[in-house]
Design a protein around this ligand. Structure first.
Ligand code: C3B
Length: 799
């Protein structure tokens, strides 16, 4: 949009008066932020309204991304960038003595997701809007987002994230579009007089679902899509004379908390309730909208909408859509089923069995009696239909209802026309191993969509220094099309460019060093290699492997304090799920090792270990641009894709990684010599599984370095881990090292040495870094989302 400084200042000052009865001089930071946000909201609202009208008039097909998590982070700068007014607003505020970055800083992160899954959803919504693809989000407006992590005495402590305390300037509450969602009670079927069985209900619990719309503003275009988040409330007409506080509490709980504690029955029930809540509310709204806009029978709905099931959490979309078509529109079962399969599509994000949801039949039956009947009927008809075609073995292995449980992934695959994985290796594993029986029955449904990242946030917003150098070197076309970064390759031998790229990275390192000084009280040397592992803490991601290598370096120094070594700063950021005991023990170990290393005089500044508290999207935006090395060291086959690997590449860090997830595709395009690969391949891992011949204890016994490092966990070398040390030690020895940490250790050390060698050659390192940036184009989520739009949803870009 076009905006002059004069206009913005006028709007801003007026807003301070009308909203807060104050002025620039007297306004506090929260008031300033709220007034700026409110002015920006007014700017995009017009575009939003016009785009909605355009969509309604043209009646073009729209897609809906149903996801129980989103992780947008802060929105102010992203909205400014996308509206094309970031510089104008920055300068205007500066004229008024206000620092945009300082006020942007206090905006709370919108953290209604846990990690990669939620962040991918937000990258997709950004990319869809930016490429003019009509894709809308549908999720839950949790009153409390992902917990805030504090580190106390080395332990993770979880604090609630009350991100809505100061209101959310971006959202619009649409009370007029509220719908009801029903739970429990009894259902029975009665002939409606025409021979059709219709459901009747008694004693259902009613919940009001109120949508809050948050605009997804496209990058310098006229598209504004919607992210609809549902809040649970008590229906207004309900008689609350008796002050049924328990009912009110339960209703509020439904949208209170991201991922309720699933270690007990009530917590699991609540999670299932959340899943149905946002699925039912979302589908009702989508179908209501369809009916209002299109004057065609609902049997044509597959031409107008596409519903995406993001991981198994929204898999109830399948039976709920069937319920609406069959019970509410009176469509005959087979026809309704064909429509449902056409409308639905599903992405699998992990092969870890604990994440493939299963719900006890009893639970589903009691909470969602009608949905339970429909699931049984889907399962019954499919079994009858397939038995003669594919035989009992295949039918059984792929059934939705078995062993007293509802298998949500099976439901999602069977009820949709497309199932995709999120990187080539992962999609192949689905076809060949994990979902092989489904693949035999429905080969045409399987496909791959390698993940991507909303590159504008991870470069233009997070790394202005690098962006500036890129503009000066190759022009600005890369800002619109990330593939244009390829132009940078021509400068591979240009010393000046290499120097300026490294200087940008160095400035980002200074910024991070300052942050670390302030928050951790640790002084780090900006000349050191900044070696970063940021992601959720999970055994399969193998933060422990990184830790063992750090201990190796530490002992190398202790044995020979004069040893020559490129100084390193190892940086961790990771939250552990509150109930994941082992992950929390690893956090404690990292912090105690950090204390030991950082305070050891022999080490000086050769080695520093920093655990950064409360890793989130905003912190990622500070850490990743400062990295030299990104650690992507999961056991091959376990990380479906990973997306931080792409963010590091975009920012010029080199990857040290296994042949897992999207690392493989990153290595392919980065080119030989520009990454450090190590470790078992997925085939070798599966070979071990087949033969059952992995023996971690042998490695411990036979490798003196490993022996010494592991002993440090139990012999008091690392202080204050008398409970956690033995736990880690046992996991690697007694319990045979589930994720092959010890097996990959030697090769990891070898790759780390290669890395150090390259870093010593400043020019060669800078060239490798440039090659990473130049070849990152493939990993823009603009590319990914276009593939979903073309191949799966069949929705089209706005021209
Ligand atoms: C994650 C996977 O673990 C990552 O490999 C992947 O890059 C992202 O999804 C996005 O596809 N994931 C997650 O964060 N939460 C889950 N429940 C399942 C997968």
């Amino acid at each position: 949009m076009k905006l002059t400084k004069k206009q913005f200042k006028q709007d801003f000052e007026k807003r301070l008066t009308t909203k807060f009865a104050t002025d620039v001089e007297k306004a506090g930071p929260q008031e300033t932020l709220a007034a700026v946000s409110s002015v920006i909201k007014a700017y995009y609202s017009k575009i939003w309204q016009e785009d909605n009208e355009y969509k309604d008039e043209t009646k073009k097909k729209q897609a809906y991304y149903f996801s129980i998590e989103f992780l947008p982070g802060k929105m102010l700068k992203s909205n400014l960038l996308n509206l094309g007014i970031l510089d104008t607003v920055r300068e205007s505020l500066s004229d008024l003595g206000i620092d945009l970055d300082a006020i942007a800083q206090i905006e709370p992160d919108m953290a209604i997701g846990n990690g990669g899954l939620g962040r991918l959803g937000s990258c997709f919504l950004d990319s869809a809007a930016s490429t003019g693809i009509p894709l809308n989000g549908n999720g839950i407006r949790y009153s409390y987002g992902l917990f805030k992590q504090k580190i106390v005495d080395g332990y993770q402590v979880e604090l609630p994230d009350s991100w809505l305390d100061n209101g959310n300037p971006w959202e619009i509450r649409r009370a007029d579009k509220a719908v009801e969602v029903h739970f429990g009670g009894e259902v029975w079927l009665e002939d409606d007089g025409t021979g059709r069985l219709m459901p009747h209900y008694r004693n259902q619990e009613r919940v009001l679902a109120v949508p809050y719309d948050t605009p997804m503003v496209g990058f310098e275009n006229t598209t504004v899509n919607n992210m609809c988040l549902w809040r649970s409330e008590v229906p207004k007409d309900l008689d609350l004379r008796f002050q049924n506080l328990e009912y009110m509490r339960q209703t509020a709980m439904l949208s209170a908390e991201l991922y309720p504690d699933d270690s007990n029955y009530d917590g699991r029930l609540l999670r299932l309730k959340q899943e149905y809540f946002f699925v039912s509310a979302g589908l009702q709204r989508v179908i209501n909208h369809f009916k209002n806009i299109n004057k065609v029978p609902v049997t044509h709905i597959a031409d107008f909408i596409s519903i995406h099931i993001n991981d198994t959490h929204p898999a109830l979309c399948v039976p709920e859509f069937m319920r609406i078509l069959v019970d509410e529109f009176g469509i005959e079962w087979e026809r309704a089923w064909n429509i449902t399969v056409k409308v639905m599509s599903y992405t699998n994000h992990t092969i870890l069995s604990e994440a493939l949801e299963k719900w006890p039949e009893e639970m589903v039956k009691n909470l969602l009696p009608r949905i339970y009947q429909i699931i049984l009927e889907i399962d019954r008809r499919r079994t009858a239909d397939l038995l003669p075609k594919v035989g009992a073995k295949l039918v059984h292995s792929t059934r939705i209802v078995k062993d007293g449980q509802i298998h949500m992934a099976n439901l999602a695959i069977i009820g949709s026309h497309s199932t995709n994985g999120v990187a080539k290796l992962h999609s192949d594993l689905l076809k060949d191993v994990e979902l092989h029986d489904f693949y035999l029955i429905y080969p045409e449904r399987f496909n791959n969509k390698t993940n991507g990242i909303a590159d504008r946030r991870w470069s233009q917003i997070a790394n202005e220094r690098l962006s500036g150098v890129l503009d000066e070197t190759i022009g600005k076309s890369w800002r619109h099309n990330l593939n244009e970064l390829k132009l940078l390759e021509a400068y591979k031998n240009d010393e000046n460019t290499l120097e300026r790229l490294q200087a940008a990275n160095f400035d980002n390192k200074l910024r991070l060093a300052e942050y670390i000084q302030e928050h951790n009280g640790i002084t780090v040397n900006p000349e050191a290699i900044f070696d970063v592992q940021v992601k959720r803490l999970h055994a399969y991601k193998r933060q422990l492997l990184n830790v063992l290598h750090i201990l190796k370096l530490y002992f190398d120094i202790k044995d020979n304090p004069e040893i020559e070594m490129v100084p390193r700063v190892f940086i961790f950021g990771a939250k552990a799920a509150p109930g994941y005991h082992y992950a929390k023990s690893i956090i404690k170990c990292i912090n105690e090792i950090a204390n030991m290393v950082n305070n050891d005089k022999d080490v000086a500044d050769k080695l520093k270990v920093v655990f950064m508290e409360n890793y989130n999207v905003s912190l990622a935006e500070i850490i990743i641009p400062a990295a030299n090395v990104g650690e992507q060291i999961s056991l091959a086959s376990k990380e479906a894709s990973g997306t931080s690997n792409m963010k590091f590449m975009l920012n010029g860090a080199l990857t040290i990684g296994t042949l897992d997830g999207a690392n493989i595709e990153i290595f392919e395009v980065a080119g030989k010599g520009n990454y450090f690969k190590f470790g078992l391949t997925k085939d070798e891992v599966y070979e071990y599984y087949r033969n059952g011949n992995y023996n971690a204890h042998d490695i411990y016994e036979q490798n003196p370095i490993v022996h010494r490092i592991l002993d440090a966990f139990i012999d008091g070398t690392i202080p204050n881990i008398s409970a956690e040390g033995p736990e880690v030690f046992d996991s690697l020895t007694t319990y045979n090292d589930e994720y092959f940490v010890l097996r990959d250790f030697n090769d990891y050390v070898r790759a780390q040495k290669d890395l150090e060698r390259l870093y010593k050659n400043k020019n060669a390192w800078a060239q490798a870094s440039l090659m990473n940036i130049a070849n990152v184009g493939k990993f823009s989520s603009d590319r990914t989302i276009k593939e979903y739009a073309d191949d799966i949803w069949h929705v089209h870009e706005k021209k």
